[in-house]
Design a protein around this ligand. Structure first.
Ligand code: IMP
Ligand code: MG
Length: 175
């Protein structure tokens, strides 16, 4: 499948740095856990946490794996927890990190699951926000880029588990 660069490596690095500054203002001094949703968030999370460190945030890092996409490009609206997080969250601030808020179903369902664990505060942070596709009232607390209704790959985002390795963000021609 053909893909066209949408957001360059340099632009991503610049935005992730800006975002880390904003997130650090919010999180500094609070015991914090970053919870990355596997697998799409891993590239973003690994850059974000190192910028957060530079700005004085020293978080614990955990992961959750949920599935919703069942190998197709369209969300099925079904959330299944495949791997839950392992660190205790009680009394801590959780920053839930994902690659993209599309319909918002994944993040709103995962938020419900984490709320039950009694965090002191729960915030969401995404690389990409695609508000035109939203089917829930989810509004990410932090997002690096807002994108139109195009299918995006690279920098962790996949299409059928391909393209995660691209160092930039690209639009996929669905032809
Ligand atoms: P949501 O539950 O519809 O918000 O979808 C969240 C998940 O769908 C993300 O974590 C991605 O794995 C996937 N997704 C949604 N849009 C895209 C896209 O444009 N490119 C790659 N994956 C996407
Ligand atoms: Mg995915």
């Amino acid at each position: 499948m053909k893909h066209n660069v949408l957001i360059s490596e340099d632009k991503i690095a610049e935005k992730v740095e800006e975002l880390a500054q904003k997130v650090a203002l919010e999180l500094k001094g609070q015991p914090t856990i970053l919870v990355g949703l596997l697998r799409g968030s891993v590239v973003f999370l690994s850059d974000l946490m190192r910028r957060l460190y530079i700005h004085g945030v020293f978080p614990e890092v955990d992961f959750m794996a949920v599935s919703s996409y069942k190998e197709s490009l369209e969300s099925s609206g079904m959330i299944e927890v495949i791997q839950d997080m392992r660190l205790p969250v009680e009394g801590k601030t959780v920053l839930l990190v994902d690659d993209i808020a599309d319909t918002g179903l994944t993040l709103s369902e995962v938020k419900k699951i984490i709320e039950k664990k009694n965090p002191a505060k729960l915030l969401t942070c995404v690389l990409l926000d695609k508000p035109s596709r939203r089917k829930t009232d989810l509004k990410p607390d932090f997002s690096a880029f807002t994108v139109d209704d195009v299918f995006v790959v690279g920098y962790g985002l996949d299409a059928g588990d391909r393209f995660r390795y691209l160092p930039y963000l690209a639009a996929l021609d669905e032809e």
